[in-house]
Design a protein around this ligand. Structure first.
Ligand code: K7E
Ligand code: CUA
Ligand code: CA
Length: 624
């Protein structure tokens, strides 16, 4: 049976089951492909039957963290329901929460607050011993060469770092073992070194770098210059090796040039050797930056270059720690690199190609691979619009001449998939339950919404022998990648701690003004700067009016004294572009110029009480 036919039949089967009065029993029996019906817990069984419905009031089994692409945010979904639970603004401006508008968020954005856009690709959760520790999530910004960190206890961005000396941070992965000491980030596009106007016309003098950021301080620890460019990356389970794909070994400046060579490469970094070289002072600094820059070009002891078929894309480490898998893109193959061969490669005991254990043919346009923890890999085929499920050991056997079919199944997806991600796939806990496929095109899958279409994030049940497509999820531009963690691995706070560093500077400012921010409502004048401190308790602001002079720079600081979970207030100053969220026990502040004389109302924008509409006040601006 063709895969398309199978998919159609699966759809019919789901439809039948949804309408069946005896779904509980019939589901396990009829959905024969699931096989282990009796072993499935009731939620999984129901999800399989109903297409992943999680009943009202029930909680999801997994958190999904979605890159928001060039929308610049991170989104939190529940899996398997695919319900969107939250949005976390990162590199964008957010009208609701005031991200990019409040003083606290601008402090976190730092110098880069002048940029109003970002382009997120790769969200990854910090790990200890190869397992999610639920502390941080990191994400890249390709558009403005930044890396951000989100604190998963409050689900807010807490650090943003601009990476010097390079352009366009793309591939991003974390050190898995012994813990996430480094965030590894690939700068994709080569530039002159130093990029100060020299070598404009001399691409042979352009270089890019592999970057390591200290996960705690978020300072750039070191940078390694490479040949070619850098696309995607992943780390191993020993802590020593990180591998990145390069699609532009030619250092071509045009599309045609980047496709000239038959082979590009995977470059492997030896983190131990790099740290030793930094400690020994074997580095330079460039321009104004003080970050150690090391030379990892061909011949360096810090790197090895493994030739693989042309223009590869994704790079994925298998959860058993045995393989780096590079996805062929222009080649219909994946290249399986044996991680246990790498020490010998760095000792020059073997040749680079000796590390390649197999190059299985999978289909057209392999972009990314993910794993079920049972020895199978799932590779997206962009051009074929399919996911190929294949067995890694069988692929190696076939490469060594045995007659064995390593392809287990090909499933149509809709359409043109980029990343895919199986539950817990990038940790030792890969559990092979759910597979998310991020399809770049949705075409006819949804009601038309104009020339711009949503992407289509599809959920596939991989718990049985056969992949089953169970959900279509339209999303806005553009989730390049996502990550799934078990619900018990993430423990968010219910209300803010008064000691939270997010607003510590604001609290210190109040102290300097002699204001007890938790009990007092006070207006402090400091030249033409006015600081308005008020508490809020539903449904009232501590101040229902305050007076300033035209031209004053006004900072409004609101402290939400409510201790009730979910009781968020907002503060909006009408006609002044000021808007922010103030969660329970949070302090937030916003600064604007009172440039128009007259009465200006402020109101609470977050529905907090039956009398929420009445939660208002007036700013009285005297004519200058
Ligand atoms: Cu879109 Cu990981 Cu940036 Cu592939 S990347 S598709
Ligand atoms: Cu406070 Cu609405
Ligand atoms: Ca190339």
């Amino acid at each position: 049976m063709s895969d398309k036919k199978k998919a159609i039949e699966n759809l019919g089967r789901r439809h039948f089951l949804r309408n069946s009065a005896v779904t509980g029993v019939a589901g396990a029996g009829l959905a024969g492909g699931f096989g282990a019906g009796a072993l499935m817990n009731s939620r999984q069984a129901r999800a399989a039957e109903n297409g992943v419905e999680v009943a009202p009031g029930e909680l999801d089994e997994y958190y999904g963290f979605w890159s928001g692409g060039h929308q610049g945010e991170v989104r939190v979904l529940g899996i398997p329901s695919m319900r969107e639970l939250m949005r976390i603004p990162v590199f964008n401006i957010d009208s609701a929460t005031g991200w990019g508008i409040t003083n606290e968020s601008k402090r976190i954005m730092g110098d880069s607050a002048r940029f109003l856009n970002g382009d997120c690709h790769h969200p990854h959760i910090s790990m200890t011993d190869g397992r999610y520790d639920g502390k941080y999530l990191f994400i890249n910004d390709k558009a403005n060469t930044r890396v951000a960190r989100i604190r998963l206890d409050i689900m807010k961005t807490d650090k943003i770092t601009t990476i010097p000396n390079v352009q366009a941070i793309h591939g991003l992965r974390l050190q898995k073992v012994p813990h996430t000491k480094y965030v590894f980030a690939n700068a994709e596009l080569p530039i002159p070194q130093v990029n100060d106007g020299r070598d404009l016309e001399n691409p042979e003098n352009y270089f890019t770098m592999f970057n390591a950021i200290d996960a705690e301080s978020m300072e750039v620890a070191w940078q390694v210059i490479v040949d070619g460019n850098l696309d995607n990356t992943d780390a191993d389970y020993t802590g020593r090796f990180v591998a990145s794909t390069c699609y532009n070994s030619e250092k071509g400046m045009t599309l045609a040039d980047t496709m000239r060579a038959e082979r590009d490469w995977v470059v492997v970094f030896d983190v131990d050797a790099i740290e030793a070289a930094v400690a020994a002072g074997e580095f330079e600094t460039l321009g104004d930056s003080e970050v150690p820059v090391l030379d990892g070009r061909k011949g360096s002891k810090l790197t090895r270059y493994i030739p693989i078929p042309k223009n590869p894309h994704g790079l994925n480490t298998s959860p058993d720690g045995q393989y780096f898998i590079a996805n062929g893109k222009l080649s219909p193959t994946c290249s399986i690199i044996g991680i246990d061969k790498l020490p010998a490669l760095f000792d020059d005991a073997i040749e680079p190609r000796d590390t390649v254990l197999a190059e299985p043919e999978l289909g057209l346009g392999p972009l990314h691979t993910t794993f079920d923890g049972r020895g199978n890999a799932y590779t997206t085929l962009f051009i074929d619009s399919q996911v190929a499920k294949w067995n890694i050991e069988d692929a190696i056997r076939a490469y060594n001449g045995e007659e064995v079919n390593y392809i287990r199944q090909k499933l149509d997806v809709h359409y043109q998939p980029g990343h895919n991600h199986a539950s817990l796939t990038e940790t030792r806990d890969a559990d092979g339950k759910w597979l998310v496929v991020l399809s770049k095109f949705s075409k006819d899958r949804f009601l038309p919404v104009g020339p711009l279409h949503p992407e289509n994030d599809q959920l596939i049940d991989i718990s049985g022998e056969e992949m089953k497509l169970v959900h279509d999820g339209p999303t806005f531009a553009e989730p390049h990648d996502c990550i799934l963690a078990r619900a018990d691995q993430i423990s968010p706070s219910r209300i803010w701690s008064r000691d939270d560093p997010t607003f510590a500077e604001t609290v210190a400012m109040a102290e300097a003004d002699g204001v007890n921010i938790e009990t007092e409502n006070k207006v402090i004048r400091d030249g033409n700067k006015v600081r308005v401190y008020m508490i809020s308790v539903a449904p009232q602001f501590g101040l229902t009016e305050f007076k300033v002079k035209q031209g004053d720079e006004v900072t409004v600081v609101v402290t939400n004294l409510d201790q009730v979970e979910d009781l968020t207030h907002g503060f909006v100053m009408v006609n002044h572009g000021a808007s922010m969220e103030i969660g329970p026990q949070q302090t937030a502040s916003v600064t604007f110029t009172a440039d128009k004389p007259g009465v200006h109302w402020y109101y609470c924008s977050w529905f907090c009480h039956a009398m929420h509409m009445e939660m208002t006040g007036r700013m009285l601006v005297e004519k200058a």
